[in-house]
Design a protein around this ligand. Structure first.
Ligand SMILES: *[C@@H]1O[C@H](CO)[C@@H](O)[C@H](O)[C@H]1NC(C)=O
Ligand SMILES: *[C@@H]1O[C@H](CO)[C@@H](O)[C@H](O)[C@H]1NC(C)=O
Ligand SMILES: *[C@@H]1O[C@H](CO)[C@@H](O)[C@H](O)[C@H]1NC(C)=O
Ligand SMILES: *[C@@H]1O[C@H](CO)[C@@H](O)[C@H](O)[C@H]1NC(C)=O
Ligand SMILES: *[C@@H]1O[C@H](CO)[C@@H](O)[C@H](O)[C@H]1NC(C)=O
Ligand SMILES: *[C@@H]1O[C@H](CO)[C@@H](O)[C@H](O)[C@H]1NC(C)=O
Ligand SMILES: *[C@@H]1O[C@H](CO)[C@@H](O)[C@H](O)[C@H]1NC(C)=O
Length: 347
């Protein structure tokens, strides 16, 4: 068959389902890292299974055989499913829903979670990533259902990344109606385990009506770009205990009190502190956008739009640019691009 230039062009368009301005390829620390790109269940010896029941789901995520797991329906777990290495867990169509208990990725490497809705997980996290490397959390939806009226601890985190985990990308997720979103390093006493790890990229996530931790990091490095924050009520990005963040091209709107802080105070709205005025840890570091040299090479403005939200940077640090190529969305297009591309039913 003879392919015309036009049909090749049409084929290229059809191959990419992403809305205009959206690029859904893996970017960031889960792609560019010393261990190699995250591939999940793809690759040599890979098999594909479709699961529709809880026992099928649990059997498919077990072990380390490379497996692409297509997930259909709603799954109400009584205990936290534990996803093994070399797995892609992908909701079908408009997404599959998880309730009852959230997902755990522990002592694992090379895991992808996409197109899952995780709803109303009480007393624990939507996803916990513990002592694990190369994880991509992409195009999921996380919510309590409503913003929790009973305080920060009725639910726990949406995506928490702990115990020396490394090389993670959290992209194109819709996090909404929840108090504590994403904690990196869950204990100030785990410095020796965590320090030098916890490299996480957050990009093109949509946060709406959330309380704190968008994200909050200790001891690691997080690159946070092209995210949309709407009504992030108390504190969005918090970098403390010598953590470093690089924050560029994000948009903060609505009732967002504080967009970014490196001040070591753990605010009372975040945790039931030991003192009424909050708990104190060492300060963190934050850089805004790329260095002057790097800015000159970018065609897109790396600045943020903080709107009316506060910014308290007490230390600047040395995480001045990302050690990989990535695509910053022009600041004026962030709201539109993120709203059209984040969440379920996009893949
Ligand atoms: C996972 O695999 C191990 C080892 O084969 C087995 O002992 C365990 O019961 C399996 N768990 C599930 C949930 O299938
Ligand atoms: C999940 O199962 C529990 C019982 O194990 C039940 O109380 C709860 O209502 C169920 N949730 C959903 C969303 O079906
Ligand atoms: C699967 O994961 C393990 C780590 O748990 C790794 O050693 C192994 O090489 C992986 N297998 C394949 C085929 O990628
Ligand atoms: C992780 O691996 C270590 C070392 O093998 C083991 O001691 C620990 O129990 C594992 N953690 C979990 C939650 O299985
Ligand atoms: C972390 O996981 C690795 C396997 O990937 C294991 O060797 C190590 O003991 C684990 N560490 C802890 C503290 O569980
Ligand atoms: C900002 O940080 C300083 C410490 O450097 C602290 O005194 C001040 O209260 C902080 N401001 C806010 C609004 O938290
Ligand atoms: C960056 O700053 C941290 C904190 O001060 C320091 O521990 C680290 O050595 C510095 N890294 C480089 C490459 O200068």
């Amino acid at each position: 068959m003879k392919l015309s230039i036009l049909s090749l062009f049409t084929f290229a368009l059809a191959a990419s389902a992403a809305p205009a301005g959206c690029d859904f390829e893996l970017e960031g620390f889960a792609k560019d890292n010393p261990l190699g790109p995250t591939t999940g269940g793809a690759g040599k010896g890979s098999k594909t299974v479709t699961v529709t029941t809880v026992p099928e789901f649990l059997a498919a995520i077990n072990g380390t055989t490379p497996t692409i797991i297509k997930v259909k329906g709603t799954f109400n777990f009584t205990a936290r499913p534990r996803i093994g290495s070399n797995k892609s867990v992908i909701g079908s169509g408009k997404g599959a829903w998880i309730t009852g208990a959230g997902l755990t990725i522990v002592n694992a490497t090379n895991v992808i979670v996409q197109n899952l809705g995780i709803r109303g997980i009480k007393d624990n996290d939507g996803i916990t990533i513990q002592n694990s490397t190369r994880v991509w959390i992409d195009h999921n939806e996380f919510t309590s259902g409503n913003f929790p009226a009973s305080g920060p601890d009725e639910y726990d985190g949406q995506v928490d990344i702990i115990r020396g985990s490394d090389w993670v990308t959290v992209s194109w997720n819709y996090f909404h109606d929840h108090w504590k979103s994403s904690l990196i390093g869950n204990n100030p006493t785990f410095r020796a385990i965590d320090f030098g790890h916890l490299h996480v990229t957050y990009h093109h996530n949509h946060w709406k009506n959330e309380g704190t931790r968008g994200p909050a990091g200790r001891f690691g490095h997080q690159h946070i770009y092209s995210n949309l924050y709407e009504d992030f009520l108390y504190q969005a990005i918090h970098s403390r205990s010598d953590n470093q963040v690089l924050v560029e091209g994000n948009v903060f709107t609505g009732k967002t009190r504080e967009a970014l802080s490196t001040y070591g105070l753990v605010i009372p709205e975040d945790s039931p502190n030991t003192g009424p005025a909050g708990d104190y840890e060492l300060d963190g570091f934050a850089n805004l956008g790329a260095s002057k040299f790097f800015q000159a090479m970018l065609t897109t403005n790396p600045e943020n739009d903080f709107g009316k939200a506060g910014v308290n940077i007490t230390q600047v640090g040395n995480f001045t640019r990302a050690p990989y190529r990535f695509q910053l969305t022009p600041l004026k297009q962030v709201a539109k691009v993120v709203k059209s591309g984040a969440g379920l039913g996009q893949l």
